[in-house]
Design a protein around this ligand. Structure first.
Ligand code: F6R
Length: 618
């Protein structure tokens, strides 16, 4: 949560400010309740900051421009300590106005540090925990004369999580950043270097990046990068290349990032599948760094994840248990570490995360490792913390997901878990090579099947437009349709701010049916008629809700005529889609519906209220 950008170039120019502002615009998905930028201005640091979006900050800068500078730092905020307001926005300044900082994270001992500073005569200008860092750095740099040395002294006294970037008027040729438990990356340019919460901050300006490690301090000049640990010893930070480009981080003609990302799902799935088979038809997962004998010995899988990523885990459970005969538990990451889970060296913990920075999931990964489990991460963001701390990583290749509501990451995550399941089945001999090849062929056919559903977009949007006034929607599914019902409800809650609940259809009669009343819209995810037992049960559920006055909007296979006479609306998924692959197509109408209902209601589809893309506090 919160986005940080820093820029240092060889020239004094307007570039620094513009790079930071456009980086903040791209990072707004991390938090968007206030924004600010600071530049060097002679003996001091000057800044502008405002509650609101980066666009509001730009308006302020148009009226009150800042000086040109070789360096700038900026921040877009998701409030933790202190309400969203001008005064609580970042950057924060030291008492003498010569140091400015931007911070992402939570300083847990801020109250004590603040009291100490007040006792020393410092006056605070905000209610944030972050401001203590600015004052401590200001005092330390006044004593030591060097920003890096000052940062070393300050981080030793901070408890909690932080990615912090500082600029100091006394050393205009450098920026200094430090990181503990919050994300921070460096972009390596030509006569310019960057800090960012992630690579989206500087995408389009450089393809070379460096992942700042845990407890590292980085000093950036336009030409040089120096990395140390918190004790001041020289340290190594891993370099990587950025394969995302500016276009992938732009709207591309779609009205919102979410709409663009919904449409990118066929290619996200195809990219996640690309290059995973050998010429003789074997599945290969090159990135896995866990020994084959260890994977063969696994006797349990626990998926840890949050929100949409956890629903991808729920879908995976059906496939992996079926293919590999290994029990799979799916656990919300924030519950996992507090309940003394049974984890042994034969447990494979699979952490699923788009951002790779979700604090709850990261803490679950650490807990699992401490308990002796092997941890495999399924992550979309290269070199993110979870990817680096896990024993192994399987990347989804969905490209940057900017809209706060997850769409293409979800379908790519399901795809990656399926690759993992099939790989384990191959390794452990649960399935013959030709069987695995058959499943892979079906997976490769999914992007085209997804396109088939996307072609019904206008019909789904029209349906949503007729429902602008509804204030409750239910979602029902069985088997792999159940997690999709949960995901459909989550999308609607987070985007359209209405009551929405997903249920296992079989659970209906055990309570939720009491919610059914006249005209209540209920989405029903119908299984294929080729699974007659499952199909007939869901048909009965449809009859039960219609009998009580509900409107059934059914997602059904092409040619499934059983639903024709009963549904208020039918959205079709392609015929012959195997049951386990169904989630990749059935979720799409629910995403489109939520996006359209939100925009009909006048809400910001990409930046729903109170949320942030990357939940880096727990
Ligand atoms: C919902 C959504 C969230 C995330 C969750 C985990 O649309 O986006 O529920 O899925 O916060 O985030 P990652 O995958 O980054 O760990």
């Amino acid at each position: 949560m919160c986005g940080i950008v820093g820029y240092i170039g060889a020239q004094t120019s307007s570039t620094a400010q513009e790079v930071v502002l456009s980086g903040l615009e791209r990072l707004e998905y991390r938090g968007y309740d206030s924004a600010g930028v600071a530049v060097l201005d002679g003996e001091c640091v000057a800044m502008r900051k405002r509650a609101g979006r980066v666009a509001d900050l730009r308006a302020v800068l148009a009226e009150e421009p800042l000086a040109q500078s070789p360096a700038a730092i900026g921040h877009t905020r998701w409030a933790t300590h202190g309400i969203p307001s001008d005064r609580n926005s970042h950057p924060h300044l030291s008492a003498d106005g010569r140091v400015a900082i931007v911070h992402n994270g939570i300083i847990e001992n801020a109250p004590q540090l603040r009291n100490d500073l007040i006792a020393q005569g410092i006056e605070f200008a905000s209610d944030t925990d972050s401001e203590v860092i600015a004052h401590m750095l200001g005092k330390a740099v006044a004593e030591r004369g060097d920003l890096t040395q000052a940062m070393l002294g300050v981080v030793a006294r901070l408890e909690g999580s932080f990615a912090v970037v500082a600029t100091y008027a006394g050393q205009p040729d450098r920026l200094v950043g430090a990181r503990r438990n919050s994300p921070l990356v460096v972009g390596l340019g030509d006569e310019e270097n960057f800090f960012g919460s992630d690579v989206v901050a500087f995408v389009g300006r450089t393809k070379e990046a460096m992942a700042v490690g845990q407890d590292q301090i980085v000093t950036l000049t336009a030409h040089e990068v120096t990395v140390t640990d918190f004790a001041g010893n020289q340290a190594h930070a891993e370099k990587f290349s950025v394969d995302w480009n500016l276009e992938t981080a732009m709207h591309d003609g779609y009205p919102t990032f979410m709409d663009k990302e919904i449409h990118e799902q066929p290619s996200a799935v195809a990219e996640t599948l690309r290059g995973r088979t050998t010429p003789d038809g074997h599945l290969k997962l090159d990135e896995l760094r866990i020994e084959e004998y260890e994977l063969r010995a696994i006797d349990k899988i626990i998926v840890v994840a949050c929100g949409t990523a956890a629903y991808a885990g729920h879908v995976a459970k059906y496939a992996i248990e079926h293919w590999c005969r290994i029990p799979v538990e799916v656990e919300l990451a924030h519950e996992f570490r507090y309940r003394d889970p049974i984890v042994t060296s034969k447990t494979l913990v699979v952490a699923i995360s788009q951002s790779g920075e979700t604090m709850d999931t990261l803490m679950a990964v650490r807990h699992a490792s401490e308990q002796g489990a092997r941890v495999l991460a399924i992550v979309n963001t290269y070199a993110s913390t979870i990817a680096r701390e896990a024993d192994a990583v399987l990347y989804t290749h969905a490209g940057p997901e900017i809209a706060v509501a997850s769409t293409k990451a979800f379908t790519a995550q399901i795809t990656a878990t399926y690759l993992l399941g099939l790989y384990l089945a191959q390794l452990r001999g649960n399935k013959f090579v030709d069987e695995i090849a058959g499943y892979l062929e079906e997976l490769h056919a999914m992007p085209q099947r997804m396109e088939f559903v996307l072609e019904q977009e206008e019909q789904i949007r029209e349906l949503a437009r007729t429902m602008a006034e509804v204030n409750s929607v239910l979602f029902l599914g069985r088997h792999v349709g159940f997690p999709i019902a949960l995901e459909g409800a989550l999308k609607l809650k987070e985007l359209a701010y209405i009551h929405a609940e997903g249920f296992a259809a079989g659970e209906l009669k055990h309570g939720p049916i009491a919610l059914v009343e006249d005209d209540l819209p209920i989405f029903v995810i119908a299984p294929t008629p080729r699974r007659p037992l499952l199909h007939s049960k869901v048909m009965s559920n449809i009859h039960e809700v219609i009998a009580r006055g509900a409107r059934a909007i059914v997602i059904a296979e092409e040619g499934d005529s059983a639903v024709d006479d009963h549904a208020t609306a039918i959205i079709r998924v392609p015929h012959s889609t195997p049951t386990l692959m169904m989630p990749l197509v059935t979720v799409i109408p629910l995403q489109i519906f939520a996006s359209e209902l939100a925009s009909v209601k006048g809400f910001d589809v990409d930046k729903p209220r109170n949320l942030a893309k990357s939940v880096t506090v727990d």
